[in-house]
Design a protein around this ligand. Structure first.
Ligand SMILES: [Zn+2]
Length: 368
């Protein structure tokens, strides 16, 4: 970000210590900064996510060195450390059992095709995990940070903002031109970037009325195991969670949704969430591919089954690189991506400060 932003964030009390008698120049700069602070439009423009910033962060989370972020792999743990460091930099409070890390007891399943790692499975409990031979146990985590609410009446209510950082790893049998790493730049490093940038923007904007749990989930590609564990072992009582917003695959535009800069909400018609966002001027539209049942195909779904209004923001237009080695950073439209990130941050602000979303009659999904 710009130096101007750095200056705006410099605590004013640091100045007198350095300069006992502020010079005219410092006074002018201070006066100018107050003008900037008083003009929300300008400050918003400075805290917004730029295409360059989105590219930098996405390039780290979708980097080849993370080896496709398979749940339980060393590459996924490297991704988790990058995410935790970002959360710390943005001033979130760690809510895991190891700093920002919530341990998820993942172990290796039975052997598969030669060349493929065993499927990561979730143990029923930590006690069960402890009985599994050490060679089959894997280190896996959700990354959880809290932005505490600012309103005394609303701060005990929570909004979950999540994205899954795991992907499907490497597979030599499906290599293209020698590339066997499934980077998952769109799926779902893009959602993780949006989650982190939303945290940064809300923090820089003075926080929100309700508390927000920012979560990078593991295990989505293996049966939503990270979310399943999180729900069984919530870091805050789930009765106090008013809504869940997941962000999935927003790095490329969807022609059916109106092209660049547009995102959609899965299960739009099921609750009042979409209407609340639209009324606040956030440009999200109903999922244009209801037949694909994306509502049930992301980490929002286990929360929805619990009765928490839960939806996913996406712009996945069915591109052919889905779960392929070409889901790469180079294929991303960064102008589109950063626009949807900024819309996501506004959506989260609306939900954290405003009315609670409610299910519409028949909208809440039932367990089958
Ligand atoms: Zn996927």
């Amino acid at each position: 970000m710009t130096d101007r932003l750095t200056f705006l964030r410099t605590p004013a009390r640091a100045l007198p210590r350095a300069l006992p008698r502020p010079s005219l120049r410092v006074s002018l700069v201070l006066a100018l900064s107050l003008v900037l602070l008083a003009a929300p439009g300008l400050v918003d423009a400075q805290t917004a996510t730029t295409p360059d910033r989105a590219r930098q962060l996405l390039s780290r989370i979708a980097h080849d060195s993370l080896e496709g972020r398979l749940t339980g792999s060393p590459g996924a743990m490297r991704a988790a450390r990058i995410i935790a460091a970002e959360m710390e930099r943005h001033g979130l409070e760690p809510l895991g059992d190891r700093g920002f890390f919530q341990t998820v007891p993942i172990h290796a399943g039975p052997p598969r095709t030669p060349g493929l790692p065993p499927r990561p499975l979730l143990a029923a409990s930590m006690a069960a995990y402890d009985t599994i031979p050490a060679a089959q146990r894997r280190d896996a985590v959700n990354v959880v940070g809290l932005l505490r609410g600012t309103d005394p009446q609303l701060r005990d209510e929570y909004l979950i903002v999540g994205a899954h950082y795991d992907h499907i790893g490497m597979n030599a049998a499906r290599a293209v031109d020698g590339d066997s790493i499934f980077n998952g730049a769109d799926d779902d490093a893009s959602g993780v970037v949006a989650m982190l940038e939303t945290a940064r923007q809300l923090r820089e904007g003075g926080g929100a009325k309700r508390s927000i749990l920012f979560v990078a989930f593991t295990g989505e590609e293996n049966g939503m195991t990270g979310t399943t564990w999180f729900i069984r072992n919530p870091v805050r009582p789930l009765e106090q969670v008013v809504a869940d917003v997941q962000i999935e695959m927003i790095a490329r535009p969807d022609s059916l949704a109106g092209g660049p800069g547009k995102g959609w909400l899965t299960g739009f018609e099921r609750s009042t969430m979409g209407e609340l966002l639209a009324a606040a001027g956030v440009a999200v539209i109903p999922d244009p591919r209801p037949a694909q049942n994306f509502f049930a195909r992301s980490d929002n779904y286990p929360f929805a089954l619990l009765g928490i209004p839960a939806h996913t923001i996406s712009s996945f237009g069915g591109h052919g690189d889905y779960h392929g080695v070409n889901d790469e950073v180079d294929a991303v439209d960064f102008a589109h991506f950063s626009t949807v990130i900024n819309a996501t941050a506004r959506a989260v602000r609306v939900l954290a400060d405003g009315a609670k979303p409610e299910w519409k009659p028949g909208g809440k999904p039932e367990r089958r």
